[in-house]
Design a protein around this ligand. Sequence first.
Ligand code: ADP
Length: 623
Amino acid sequence: MSTRPGPPLHATSGWEYKALFDATDEGFCILQIQFDAAGAAVDAGFVEANPSFTRHTGLRDVVGRSSSTLLANSEGYWLRVFGEVARTGNPVRISDRADALGRWFDVHAFRIGEPQHALVAVRFNDITERRRTQERLASVQRIKTVGVMFWGEGFSLVDMNDGFLGMMGMTREEALGLTWQQLTPPEFHAVSLQAVREVVTVGESMPYEKQYIRKDGTRWWGLFAARRIGDEVVEFVQDVSEQKQAEEALREADRRKDEFLATLAHELRNPLAPIRNGLQVLRLSTPPEASAQRTVEVMDRQLDHLVRLVDDLLDVARISAGKVRIERRVIPVREVLARSIEATQLAINARHHLLQLELPEQEIYVEGDLDRLAQVFSNLLSNAAKYTEPGGRITLQLSARGEQVFVSVSDTGIGIPREQQERVFELFSQVRDHQRHAEGGLGIGLSLVNSLVRLHGGSVTVESEGAGKGSTFCVQLPRAFVAVAAAAAPSEATTGASAPAPRRLLIADDNEDAADTLAILLRVEGHEVVTAGDGEQAVEQARSFAPDLAFIDLGMPGMGGLQAAREIRRLPAGDRIRLVALTGWGQAADRERSRLAGFDLHLVKPLSAAGLREALQLLPPKR
Ligand code: ADP
């Protein structure tokens, strides 16, 4: 069948129709289909096209031209469709893609005019955007890893995607109409309600975690977030059950580690007491000159170290388990510092460090636990001693600004590289290059310091210019204020029962380091202290300074301690001075010798905290 051109359209239409034709949003054109001898549609000529045609297709000035010249790859599919319309006169309505234009169209085609003219009118709309949106929604529908729910009236499910159905183990029919209350275990109703409230008030919820109940009654963990759209709510959920399990496993492993540490520390601690007692027996029953005596001393020192490690371990385990309770009393920081120096003076002396103190005139108080705070600063001081080459300087500084108290411990030691400074407070962390300096530390001390300071409402920071430049640890604590009257007359609550009133004290020891640190310690406690390096000086100081109490080392060169004591006793006011012997020898015979020389008390070196207290208690109460 061949075709002849029909009469032009505008010749048969009124101008009103032409105006309508031009104004409409729909694309509109009239095609004349050309058939070959076999009756197959082979081309189409454009007889008419409105302005929207150009807008939808991007094709201009088409009238009078044919589709084969306009489109490089002619649209065989559409030609067949329109050919059918021209041949049969049956209109079609289809949505499909025009490959040559790369767009989707909603098309209505119908024959006009006489059949032999083969004219087809085509009305169409570009629905590419709508299609894209539909495709996007369809792909969301198929997504497996994110569940999507649509909540309608009364927060019941009106739609959902396959991902959500997979998570719930339900079919669409089973899920439709369910409410959040039916899906959520009772203990999570509160978080769900909160999310509902947020959606209603601000339009979307913060992401929140809760469990949902599957069809078979088992539960899964989801991370949910909801958003209002119109009068519906869309909610997204991701199954986080695996992460939750992993978190729980980690927490469990952590709990086990803490339990293990606690058990380990207990078990290690038990045998230590009998070993300590055994050493004491050995010490007393071995002749002073015997080389075994030195062995006992070494064992004693190592045992001290072991006890400290085990105690730290136990503390860490107890803090992790939340079992450490802080006693809260108002205490002068001086007293805390005195305790800490007392506990670390041996370590500081052993490495010949110079300890410097910078204390303010006025008394500064904090509220807390004397023992625990002392533990904080002894840890910092012993680290300073440990990580500083022998002969270094350690500075302990106390100050207060406003409501805060600052205590810093600085050293001239090996320093800490900047990138490691944050980490040193973590449990078991050690600076790698420092390993050779550590005498078997566990990396616990600073973590303990951090926890204890936090328990007191404070914080601890470290500063170091880097390797070899020394370190400064600064502890900040909330300041406590006491009424002047209470401060002037220290009560048992503020200073402890045994705290003595300030006295005049003499320390005689040829080991300058030992004398100096003991002096510093006693000065921190508020005493007036002088030192002497040998027996003669000791007697001279006793005469001119008239101390209330004198610590005298027995083994000094020149005039020994025993002779010095005898001479002091012969001074005019010599018998009111309390005399304390300090010596390495602790046998009954040694004690007897010092008693005969006029000593009131015989203490074995190294001077322990208990020994020091015993000595100070010799002093009669001050009037
Ligand atoms: P330990 O001393 O038992 O290793 P700590 O927790 O007390 O454990 O300290 C952690 C690490 O911090 C130490 O191993 C050391 O590397 C570093 N460190 C602590 N104090 C100092 C300091 N004053 N100077 C240099 N490094 C320090």
